[in-house]
Write a protein that binds this ligand. Structure first.
Ligand code: XIL
Length: 376
């Protein structure tokens, strides 16, 4: 059997050969024996989103790379209500149980995603009319899942994306039928059912001032009700060249001051034009394909590769500066070919938002992330 350190070296030898990114020859000397999880082991967890094939280890390259590089994992889709609770009272625990076993075998912590979200709800929930039936779904869903996975997953995104851009509460089915205390109630139920699990609120754009103020108010309301919330997840779907570093830093400070951990939960930096207004991560907003929105099918120009790498480096320097407040940094996918950003908000594009390329080779951005720690 090939031992772990030889396997890691082999990975990087092959990565060096595969990586045609400019500048990598100079920087990968120091990085070649490093991994993400090893580099940041004293700072914060390093996570990835996992899709079904990865959880079932059907892709050998992903199966080799994931446990070397990551010590946290979030299921990309399989624990969302439409997948894990497809019919009233019927739960598909199989894949999530596999994820828990896979994670335990590889010393990876699972962040379960997500209990209460207006999106990817099963059709029967969207058809519910009465407040009583929505409340029954809400209560049973949280109780069943939170208790089944208590002690097996490390954390839950209890509520996802409850806020509008102006910081007010989104008019989801939960707000409309249960009233504006529903977030506190979700955390109260989760706390009872999962006393051994970290409980988080998760959202996109909550680094922006108005939405950040809304998120602070949500956390304070939970705390004032005497209910436990352990952390907040800033999703981190940003664009290379447009990362809002100052607002991110203000948000780490504002959320940290509430006495909870800050997580970056779905980090990716799109390099493609965004045809939508504003920098939303609202999965329901999409745009039609147009070749001008897909300029890098043949490869990423070096200038953009450099921009991506420098943005990631600056982000990780910021994370390290505030490591006392940060619990985890999770990338939304393992490699560029597997990123949701190839199909959202426009289907069928070629995006390059992550640290590993389509062949699983580390990109320049990977080495710059490692260097943010080793050269500091
Ligand atoms: C995305 C997945 O990556 C896609 O595969 C799926 O089709 C839609 O959802 N915010 C979230 C994530 O909280 O759950 C979303 O994941 C991306 C935006």
């Amino acid at each position: 059997m090939i031992n772990q350190s030889i396997r890691i070296s082999l990975l990087f030898v092959s990565a060096t050969i595969l990586c045609n990114c400019s500048g990598s020859k100079q920087v990968n000397k120091a990085a070649e024996k490093m991994t993400l999880r090893g580099t940041f082991k004293d700072d914060f967890l390093i996570g990835t989103a996992l899709n079904t094939r990865q959880i079932e280890q059907k892709d050998p390259k992903a199966a080799a790379l994931i446990p070397q590089q990551f010590d946290a994992a979030t299921p990309e889709n399989i624990m969302k209500a439409e997948e894990i609770h497809p019919q009233w009272g019927t739960y598909n625990f199989d894949l999530a149980d596999k994820l828990v076993a896979y994670a335990a075998a590889n010393n990876i912590r699972v962040n379960a995603h997500t209990l209460i979200w207006h999106s990817q709800l099963p059709a029967y929930v969207r058809r519910l009319q009465s407040a009583d039936s929505v409340r029954q779904f809400f209560t049973e869903h949280i109780n069943t899942l939170a208790s089944h996975y208590d002690g097996k997953v490390y954390s839950w995104d209890v509520v996802n994306e409850a806020l509008n851009e102006d910081g007010t509460l989104r008019k989801s089915i939960f707000l409309q039928k249960l009233g504006d205390n529903y977030i506190v109630e979700a955390f109260r139920l989760a706390q009872q059912a999962a006393p051994n699990t970290q409980l988080y609120y998760n959202d996109y754009n909550i680094e922006q001032p108005r939405k950040r103020a809304g998120a602070v108010a949500v956390v304070q309301k939970i705390q004032e009700a005497g209910v436990r919330i352990d952390g907040i997840g800033i999703q981190g779907h940003w664009r290379a060249g447009h990362v809002p570093f100052d607002e991110i830093e203000k948000s780490i400070e504002a959320f940290g001051a509430l006495g909870i951990k800050v997580m970056f939960t779905e980090l990716d930096l799109s390099v493609l034009p965004n045809p939508l207004n504003g920098n939303t991560a609202d999965v329901s907003q999409t745009a039609a394909y147009n070749a001008q929105y897909n300029p890098f099918v043949a490869g990423l120009p070096d200038s953009i590769q450099q921009q991506l790498a420098s943005d990631y480096e600056q982000l990780f320097k910021l994370f390290l500066k505030h490591k006392d407040k940060i619990g985890r940094v999770t990338f939304w996918g393992v490699n560029d070919g597997q990123s949701w950003l190839n199909d959202w908000p426009v289907r069928g594009r070629t995006n390059y938002p992550l640290l590993f390329d389509r062949q699983f080779a580390p990109k320049l951005a990977y080495y710059k992330v490692i260097e943010s720690k080793t050269k500091s």
